[in-house]
Design a protein around this ligand. Sequence first.
Ligand code: ZN
Length: 592
Amino acid sequence: MLKRLSFLSILLILVPVIRAQQPPALDGLKHEAVEETDKLQTFTQQMVDQIFSFSELGFQEVETSKYVTGILEKNGFKIEKGIAGIPTSWVASYGSGKPVIAFITDEDCIPRASQKPGVAYHDPIIEGAPGHGEGHNSGMAVNVTAALVLKKQMEKYHLTGTIKLFPGIAEELVATKAFYVRVGYFKDVDIVLGSHVSNDFSTSYSTGKGTWSGLVSIQYFFHGKAAHAAMAPWDGRSALDAVELMDVSWDFNREHLRTAQRSLRVIINGGDQPNVVPSEAAVWYYFREMDYPHIRSLYELGNTVADSAAKSTGTTVDHKLVGAAWPPFFNKVIAEAQQKNIESAGMPAWTDADQTLAKALQKEIGAKVEGLKLKVEPLEEPAKTLSGGGSDDVGDISWNVPMVYLMFPANIPNLPGHSWPNAVAMATPIAHKGSTAGAKVQALTALDFLLQPQLVTQAWDYFRNVQSKDVHYESFLAPTDQPAIELNKEKMQKFTPDLKHFYFDPSKYKPTSNSSASPTQPSAPIRNRCASLVIRISRLRDRSCGLSLIAPCQMNDPFVTPPSRRREEHAGWKPALQMNRPLALPRCDSWI
Ligand SMILES: [Zn+2]
């Protein structure tokens, strides 16, 4: 009897233990994932600010890649570096077996978009330097936060599946993802969850709003013959003439192109000085259209026009394909699951200070003044008419694996894009809170597919029987095309020494009260002198109370003055100066 009792009592003790090791139902896991993501708010904020401070252009994401892979490696992810022949690229993975869920997001920035965060008018950190004027500093914080939350749950409940993370290297040059696909990095992947900064919280499927284009990015290098431009011009052949002739010739062609096309160009070499006939000149085109056949046809027309210009001017021309992208096409099954998660995560709780910064910037640049969005977007039917617009080289991935692109609300509406206004909010609480919201949706959507294999099957059914029914993926890349990894090298060599003075050092700022300890991070890579930036921003306040300034006041924004200093500086604030910048801002003393 005693023996039986003790056996029973052991069983009674064990049953709850055995039960505790079982994963909770999907809803329970999701609830836990949201809580875990909230606990990582400080970690997410630090990643957003750290990558913002690196400010690295495409193919030169050296510090960013070192930093992100350092975090992932120290948290148990397996890292492969330099993938597809791209030195700053990598793939990280955790777990084993199916399904394989890949996260992807960009991390490069924009030329000349340097901007002090939280300052609602143009004020570069370093004049002429690159900056996060697209907001690509936030996506990696979203994906890594979600991946760490998932990893914790997979460990705890022994969930089967593999999480992979990819960086969007040189996305602004649409220059890498077709190479990832060519090497076969997505062959074993079941679904792809991309994330991208936005001012709204949304997802879409199929062609979405019809505002995506695909493109080929190509540089034409013309070679002529140098000569004294005044004494013996007849002995020379001008490569610049060829560039100009090509551009004029292309513009005559525009009249006969479809209205959906967008062809853009910059002259990347126009010669050296007027008294030397330019022996070298080059022009860079983006040929955008709505589908593979039309993009290919624009690309071929561009080649013909370049070759003709060379013939007409007695020069020669080399073509170098720099990047290419299919127009993205997103998966309905994943988008529908993701939409529910967007609705459950909801918009971040914006404060008055967040709204004030948003409205101040909108007013400053002459945009519609309406602040930050308050509601998530509905999942809409895809647009019937395709107008075209921007591109993203995730397009190539989306034609190889079922994929969606989460737009998370980390920026201010009505901004021009690809310029300094888009950097203003990107290291303030607007970006921090938007990134936390995005991380929740990434984690929740991954859980949907980790725990419901039938959803993976349905996503592939849509991919095969709807999306790819009549369209066959074919890469724009020729076998000889290679990633243009030399791009932006000189620009970054010029600015990196100065940028290093402003690299963010999280150890200098107190975590927010509602956040727990961060996951393992590598130590700050480079000496930090963020304080000098703080002082510079503070000086601005003396000038205009610029108020900028607002958003940083509410939490541990890295680039702002600690409260004690703020108080001193505001003591010297001169109300009359506010007249210079009639922003819709509260009096300083109402928020300090
Ligand atoms: Zn982007």
